[in-house]
Design a protein around this ligand. Structure first.
Ligand code: BGC
Length: 302
């Protein structure tokens, strides 16, 4: 278990430490950050347990936490629909996650305050500028997405939305599609997806993250850029600088008729006039000044 001495004192001053966790389809990563989002430890990665049940994943996160020197609070990015820390889907992990309160489970085990959000939303929080309409997509095991309106995050599930000949973004651009179709075809679909998303969202900027973004070998249109994989962890600090309203209890997602379930789901879009504080992680990511600890831009996310 993480060191307890001094945690209460640190939580009130600048030395507060955040354990940032990124739960992916093939790996779970951890790093400890200072209040500004600067890495204090090396990033560690362990394989995602199989089957990736809630119990097995929580156990793995606790194992990673024990490897860290000590922390006062925890942020976790999770590859599925998350509302108020409760998971409602985990397409690339296991069916056992529906309605699992991951935030509470981790809080009980780690004995620290925990915030859990969708992985693409956390990745985006570490990358966006906080101005205008910014879309984030992640290319890993799955296809993640999140929208930021003047820095306020709105979780999206574009991955399961039909994109190409009735197949979803995730079916055409996820890790399985890349392995099956090869990079050339995957890139052709990605170009198409970028155009498609521009027409749909009219975003000011599009950020592309995830471990497979390293395979992009074409000139991206203006306003589109690849972000470093480490942002998936550095964004964890942003969860703690967001206004409390983003973390208040929302209603659970409505159960949909199965035939309509493939339509885009917009989760967590709660209105607030409050704008989250812009984090050091976001500012330095924009300026390209993050120190990526032990990770290179192309490291595998999922
Ligand atoms: C999930 C998303 C997640 C993405 C990337 C998708 O299958 O539905 O919630 O963000 O994978 O992990």
């Amino acid at each position: 278990m993480a060191e307890r001495t001094g945690a209460a004192e640190r939580a009130t001053d600048d030395s507060v430490r955040t354990l940032a966790i990124d739960i992916g389809g093939s790996g779970i990563k951890a790093i400890t950050l200072d209040r500004q989002g600067k890495p204090l430890t090396k990033r560690v990665r362990v394989p995602t347990p199989r089957p990736a049940t809630p119990k097995a994943v929580v156990r793995t996160v606790c194992r990673l936490a024990k490897m860290q020197p000590g922390f006062d609070r925890v942020s976790a990015g999770f590859p599925g629909v998350v509302k108020d820390g409760v998971v409602y889907s985990a397409p690339n992990l296991s069916k056992r996650w529906d309605s699992f309160d991951l935030q509470k489970a981790l809080q009980n085990k780690l004995e620290r305050p925990v915030r859990v959000a969708n992985d693409a939303a956390v990745q985006g929080a570490g990358a966006v500028s906080g101005r205008g309409l910014e879309l984030v997509i992640t290319l890993g095991t799955g296809f993640g997405s999140a929208l930021f309106a003047d820095g306020r995050r709105i979780a999206l599930e574009l991955g399961h939305h039909p994109f190409h000949k009735g197949r979803t973004y995730e079916q055409e651009l996820g890790a399985r599609a890349l392995a099956k179709k090869g990079r050339k075809k995957w890139m052709a679909y990605l170009r198409e997806a970028i155009d498609d998303l521009k027409r749909t969202f009219n975003y000011d900027r599009l950020y592309i993250g995830g471990g497979n973004a390293k395979y992009i070998r074409f000139d991206l249109p203006s306003g589109v850029k690849v972000v470093r994989n480490i942002d998936g962890l550095l964004g964890g600090i942003a969860l703690w600088s967001e206004s409390e309203t983003q973390h208040s209890a929302p209603p659970p997602p409505a159960r949909r008729h199965p035939r309509r379930a493939r339509r885009t789901r917009v989760d967590g879009a709660r209105a607030s006039a409050e704008k989250p504080e812009r984090t050091q992680a976001a500012a330095s990511a924009e300026a390209g000044t993050h120190t990526p600890a032990t990770e290179s831009p192309g490291d595998k996310l999922a």
